[in-house]
Every structure is written in structure tokens, then in C-alpha cells.
Design a binder for this molecule. Structure first.
Ligand code: AMP
Ligand code: GLY
Length: 440
């Protein structure tokens, strides 16, 4: 079966690898020349992924039967709607269903309308003056978010990224001045706890959960620095997390089930992967955001241990016939992203990365290329994340060690890795934080 994969990051390399190993012929539409995807693909079209007219042209001329969406930007401009109009089935939501991610106010209002648990108090604004007044009147520390897409970098939380009311004012002005995420802003109650990600497959009606993952958004070790798209992530062999129990997970899954039901009732059934970002608080999981796609890096954690052929799952998603017999290996995974030095503020592009892939193949690890460029035999950094390195073993600790052994085979004068991800010190900090919250 011929399958179009849209996107050229680590997530899309993982998607392509999972599709390829389940028998698909891969056609790739991406803006950078991802060397991992190039190797797997029958044909590649280098293109802006939001150039939907030409992506559809490529899909038609390649005669693909199915299209699998990677990033959010093409969803927002209706790539799925256009492909479906041409008779090409899609794993990924229509523009309308993707509003769960592309409009933070849509998602919160939907949850409110359908009385779905896990929502946070929120208010939306179309100007900075009213937003500033709201902050003063509330007297609370709030999360400040542009309503639309910002590539994971638009959220600032008072008390974390913003220390004073003046900092909050300045950030609000910046959002409106720069028209970030379309210009509107949503202020949310600040949730306190630890974050986790639950991704589900969804065929419009049925949903099947994947193992839980914890991502690390902050750029530097010890969770310091600016927010990024994600510096790395881990999952546990029992598919929960060391600080998330079965009840917490079921509560999060119930929130996602009710959200999917609400979308169907709204006349926009959701087909694809839905990603729930949750804060586990002392009162249970609260929704931080939904994403209308796999997470990046989280896709690399779960797809690396998926045992059911991914192509079959994709077909079931588009047929509306998802069934419970999807299995993941009982393995832990730790993913650390190699990024260009300065990533998060002023990344160094065009720098050489040397990789000994044969040596990595001998470890319990896999690598997925992300936003690098291949020039001749050289792999060069861009301004985005470079290579996802995933260790896979029986425990988080063993997977972390495998990831580090693989990282020993990657060198570059201008690369950076958050080595603390998956290490006992950081994982224990999460466990202790939740234990303290549960007691209080
Ligand atoms: P997002 O892009 O919505 O995932 O937000 C980025 C990060 O900001 C999240 O991973 C959280 O760490 C933090 N964040 C977002 N919303 C809230 C909130 N309401 N309360 C506390 N932290 C938040
Ligand atoms: N890792 C978070 C995201 O993909 O949005």
C-alpha cells in the first residue's frame, strides 16, 4: 500500500519506520531533507507542509492510498479536508476536528459545554488591556497562552517564566504586538503537579490508549530555561509512569473518551491520534492541552515498542474499525534529543554532527533523524532539533543507560543534550513531588 507521510522531523521518521516495517511504500512530503526518511521513501517531495495545494498534487501523482499526518500546521490549513475530497483516506483530523489543538479556547469551551472533567478555569481575550485587568482583579498566578499555534513555545506561566505582574504585562503586549498564535490570548488557572502525556488512536468513535510518556519541555538540565518543543521523554515498562497510577490514567482516558464523543456530537468526528497533555494534581489529572497528532518526541517512545503492524492500525482508523488488540512491548524507553547548541534561544545551524550508526545498531537503542540537513555525506544542524536517540530496555534505568551508550557514538562541536532525562535523580523528584501533593 502506498502511504504519504507529511512532515520531516523525528516523529515523522518514527512514523515512516513503523509504516515501512509493516509493509507500506512510503511517499514523503517534508520541508527539510530528513536522511532517515529519505532512505525509507520511494519518493520525496521537498515542500512547505502547509503548501496544501502542492502536497495534494504530489499525493495524487504518487497514487497514494492513505496519508498519515505528522505536524499540526498542515491540519490547521485543511490538508486532511483537501486530501479526503480527492478520495485519499487520512490518519489525522479535519481542520474542524483539529481545533482541539489549533484553538485553545475551542478546546476549553468544548469541555465546558459537555461538562467534561479535568478542565481548568479560563478566560479568553482579544486585547491586552482587558487581559491585564483580569490578572489584577483575579490576584492569582495564571498561565498565559496565545490561543493559536506557536510551535510549543508560546506558553508562559506566572511564578515560573514570569516573575512579576510587569513581566506578565510585557508578555501580553508582545503577544498582541507580534500577533503570536493569531493574536488572541487565553488566561488559565495555574495547575500544580507533574505532567504526563496520554496519546490515543481514534477512529471517530473507538479509542485505544498508548503507553504514558513524560516529556521535558524546558531547554536545560534541571528543568531550567525556556520552553521548547520537547527535549526528551521516557516511558515505563508497565505503560504507566512511576508517579501515575492506574486510577490517574483511567481518569485521563475518560476525559479523552468524553472529548472524542463530544467532537462526534458536534458533527466533527475525530480520526487520527489525539494527544492529551495532563497535569496530575492532588485532585487528579487536569488538561493542559490537546494536540491533534502524535507528540514529538513522544511518538518515538511509543512507536519504538509498538508490536501491532502500524499500517493495520492506520487502516482501522480510517475504516472506523479500531479494536482493542493493539499491543506494545513491555519495555521502558528513554528518548533524548540531540539539539543544536543554543536551541531555545539562538541555535547554531549548519554545524557538523558525526554519527556512528553501526555502533549504535549494536546497542538497545534506535535513532530517528529530525530537522537536520544532509549535504553529501555530511549531516548538519538546522535551527531545530537534530536527532532523537531512544534507549529501549526492561526498566527506565536500563533504557536510560542504553540511550547514553548510543549517545556516545554521536559527536559534534555544537550539539547539546539534556543528559538528566530518565535519570533516577529527576524521576525521583517527580515521584516525591506527587507523594507530597497526595499527602497534602
Ligand atoms: P503547552 O504548550 O500548552 O503544553 O504549555 C507548555 C507548558 O506550560 C506545559 O507543558 C506546562 O508545563 C506549562 N503550562 C501550560 N498551561 C499550564 C497551566 N494551566 N498550569 C500550569 N502550567 C501550565
Ligand atoms: N512534545 C510536545 C509536542 O509534541 O507538542
Amino acid at each position: 500500500m502506498k502511504v504519504l507521510v507529511v512532515g520531516g522531523g523525528g516523529r515523522e521518521h518514527a512514523l515512516s519506520a513503523a509504516l515501512y516495517s509493516s509493509g507500506a511504500e512510503i511517499y514523503s512530503a517534508m520541508k527539510n531533507r530528513n536522511p532517515g526518511i529519505v532512505r525509507l521513501a520511494k519518493d520525496v517531495c521537498l515542500i512547505e507542509e502547509t503548501d496544501v495545494i502542492n502536497v495534494v498534487k504530489f499525493a495524487k501523482s504518487s497514487n497514494v492510498d492513505l496519508a498519515v499526518m505528522g505536524p499540526e500546521a498542515p491540519l490547521e490549513v485543511g490538508l486532511v479536508n483537501l486530501l479526503q475530497a480527492e478520495g485519499i483516506a487520512c490518519v489525522g483530523p479535519t481542520r474542524e476536528a483539529a481545533r482541539l489543538e489549533t484553538s485553545k479556547s475551542f478546546a476549553r469551551e468544548l469541555m465546558q459545554r459537555y461538562d467534561i472533567p479535568g478542565n481548568l478555569h479560563f478566560a479568553s481575550f482579544d486585547n491586552s488591556k482587558d487581559a491585564k485587568k483580569f490578572i489584577r482583579d483575579s490576584g492569582l498566578e495564571l498561565a498565559i497562552k496565545p490561543i493559536g499555534l506557536t510551535g510549543g513555545k508560546g506558553v508562559k506561566v506566572m511564578g515560573e517564566h514570569l516573575q512579576t505582574i510587569q513581566d506578565a504585562d510585557e508578555y501580553l503586549e508582545e503577544i498582541f504586538r507580534q500577533n503570536m498564535g493569531g493574536g488572541g490570548v487565553i488566561l488559565e488557572e495555574r495547575a500544580v503537579g507533574e505532567e504526563f502525556t496520554l496519546q490515543v488512536f481514534c477512529d471517530g468513535r473507538n479509542i485505544i490508549p498508548m503507553p504514558l510518556v513524560q516529556d521535558h519541555k524546558r531547554a536545560y538540565e534541571g528543568d531550567k530555561g525556556p520552553n521548547t518543543g520537547g527535549m526528551g521523554s521516557y516511558s515505563a515498562e508497565d505503560h504507566l509512569l512511576p508517579f501515575v497510577n492506574n486510577n490517574d490514567r483511567d481518569a485521563a482516558l475518560n476525559i479523552m473518551r468524553l472529548t472524542i464523543e463530544a467532537m462526534a456530537r458536534e458533527g466533527h468526528p475525530y480520526r487520527g491520534v489525539l494527544y492529551g497533555q495532563f497535569m496530575l494534581t492532588c485532585e487528579g489529572p487536569r488538561v493542559i492541552e490537546f494536540n491533534a497528532r502524535f507528540g514529538d518526541p513522544e511518538a518515538m517512545n511509543v512507536l519504538s515498542i509498538l508490536e501491532t503492524p502500524f499500517l493495520d492500525i492506520c487502516q482501522n482508523i480510517v475504516d472506523g474499525s479500531l479494536s482493542k488488540d493493539i499491543s506494545f512491548a513491555r519495555k521502558a524507553t528513554v528518548c533524548k534529543y540531540v539539539v543544536p547548541k543554543g536551541y531555545g534561544t539562538s541555535p547554531q545551524a549548519g554545524k557538523l554532527i558525526e554519527i556512528n550508526e553501526n555502533a549504535i545498531a549494536r546497542e538497545d537503542a534506535r535513532i530517528y533523524f529530525a530537522m537536520v540537513n544532509e549535504e553529501g555525506n555530511d549531516i548538519l544542524t538546522t535551527t531545530s532539533r537534530s536527532i532523537g536517540v531512544v534507549g529501549i530496555d526492561d526498566s527506565i534505568q536500563a533504557a536510560e543507560e542504553a540511550c547514553e551508550r548510543a549517545l556516545d557514538h554521536i559527536h559534534g562541536e555544537a550539539i547539546f543534550v539534556r543528559h538528566d532525562i530518565g535519570k533516577a535523580e529527576l524521576v525521583n523528584k517527580r515521584i516525591e513531588h506527587i507523594a507530597k501533593l497526595r499527602k497534602a
